[in-house]
Design a protein. Structure first.
Length: 113
């Protein structure tokens, strides 16, 4: 029993190899608590973005088309939710992806219990 306790306290490294942006975002969803639709919208903003401003009018049109949303302005609701939950950040140039969600192979998530 003592050996098992020792083993459970040892640092563990888990490698995650997400195949899509959506899967990558799911890794952080325990922190952000995004809905499935918010994850879908955000992953499409990331994948389809053509401007510095992640949520520009151009990008909203692309995402709305991809998600079969008739009016791109409907996405403003999701932009606000994503900002409020910390997934995107307002900047002088519009919106950018949160530093937490930038793809970086050096990200280490530490869980303290």
């Amino acid at each position: 029993m003592g050996e098992l306790k020792y083993h459970l306290k040892m640092p563990r490294r888990i490698k995650i190899n997400p195949q899509t942006t959506y899967q990558f975002l799911q890794v952080f969803n325990g922190i952000l608590e995004l809905t499935d639709k918010e994850l879908e919208v955000l992953s499409n903003f990331i994948d389809l973005s053509t401007t510095i401003n992640l949520c520009s009018s151009e990008n909203k049109k692309l995402v709305a088309e991809k998600l079969n949303i008739e009016n791109p302005n409907t996405l403003n609701i999701y932009v606000k939710r994503l900002k409020d939950k910390g997934a995107i950040t307002k900047t002088k140039n519009g919106y950018t992806l949160s530093k937490l969600l930038e793809r970086n192979s050096q990200v280490i998530i530490e869980i303290n219990s």
